[in-house]
Design a binder for this molecule. Structure first.
Ligand SMILES: Nc1nc2c(ncn2[C@@H]2O[C@H](COP(=O)(O)OP(=O)(O)OP(=O)(O)O)[C@@H](O)[C@H]2O)c(=O)[nH]1
Length: 296
């Protein structure tokens, strides 16, 4: 796990770097508050930080305050390193958003247990976030999370000339599979189907369970032609090989609807989903195991 060490005293930084690396942490260093804040704001920035109170430019308290005010999605656990241990200073640090503090000069063993406590909180927070956004059966995003992602992607796209596509994929005659082999077999098929289709997507695409056996893929920077290639990979991933389950081999196909918003197109989420759903309906009408693209 990455830990940010922000301190303008090179000796203190070296010592912290030494002990934290010895305990298995990957140390990222900032020599002033401005740099520390910029690093913590990065999308893949450290989730644990040890911040010196007194730093040039922006002090540790300001960094804490700004990070909390930024309303970041990830929780950053911040430990304040300070020679001021009077109650009023500690209260000020915690009020600014620090989670803990350590008196300077610190004792390595105390630093170790306090950083470990922070790590526990960060791990728990990440696990809660995972559980809140993932579908329990398939492990892909749940409905709320994939719609949230789509909404953000639409907002982001408004400031770029990119095309955005969505794919609705719905397993064919899934009710028949449940009725013939049982619900548990249906669950196995659904799990395997999501894995195969997820593997057909590009790394920066997102995939979620929209409802029952209906899945939604969000494809940023992807025009209808690109989306068709991805959809064909998804379709053939299902049609080309049946699914081995504890209840026997089960053949299952998928029907797919695609909708895109072009460079000049206006995007509203409901309209886009409605068009993709219409295309999916058309694919079902065409006999299933089929891909249809919504008119733009
Ligand atoms: N095993 C299992 N079945 C599910 C789950 N969620 C939804 N289903 C079933 O999926 C089936 C969907 O049936 P329908 O909407 O009639 O669609 P279909 O049989 O796939 O037919 P078409 O979509 O028209 O090809 C229902 O039987 C649901 O009970 C799930 O999590 N596990």
């Amino acid at each position: 796990m990455k830990v940010l060490v922000a301190d303008d005293d090179p000796i203190s930084v070296l010592y912290l770097q030494d002990v934290l690396s010895e305990w298995g942490y990957q140390v990222v260093v900032a020599a002033d508050g401005l740099t520390a804040e910029a690093i913590l704001r990065q999308a893949d920035g450290p989730l644990l930080a040890v911040l010196d109170w007194m730093m040039p430019g922006r002090d540790g308290i300001d960094v804490c305050h700004n990070i909390r005010q930024a309303g970041m999605e990830r929780y950053v656990y911040m430990i304040m390193l300070t020679s001021r241990t009077e109650t009023e200073f500690i209260v000020a640090a915690m009020n600014a958003g620090a989670d803990d503090y350590i008196a300077k000069p610190f004792i390595a063993e105390e630093m170790r247990v306090r950083v470990r406590a922070g790590r526990r909180i960060v791990d728990l927070e990440q696990e809660l976030r995972r559980q809140a956004t993932r579908d329990a059966l398939t492990g892909i995003f749940n409905r709320g999370a994939i719609l949230d992602l789509l909404q953000k992607e639409i907002a982001r796209r408004a400031r770029t000339p990119e095309c955005l596509s969505v794919i609705f994929a719905d397993l064919d005659h899934f009710k028949r599979i449940n009725d013939t082999y049982g619900h548990l077999a249906g669950d196995e098929v659904l799990r395997e189907a999501t894995q195969r289709m997820a593997a057909a997507l590009r790394t920066y695409d997102a995939f979620g369970r929209y409802g029952g056996e209906e899945l939604l893929a969000v494809l940023p920077d992807c025009d209808p032609e690109g989306a068709l290639i991805v959809a064909e990979r998804m379709r053939s991933a299902m049609a080309d090989a049946s699914v081995p389950t504890a209840y026997g081999e089960i053949a299952v196909t998928v029907s797919i609807g695609i909708a895109s918003v072009s460079h000049a197109g206006a995007a509203d989420m409901t309209g886009l989903l409605h068009r993709a759903d219409g295309a999916l309906y058309a694919a079902k009408l065409r006999g299933r195991n089929f891909i249809a693209v919504a008119p733009s």
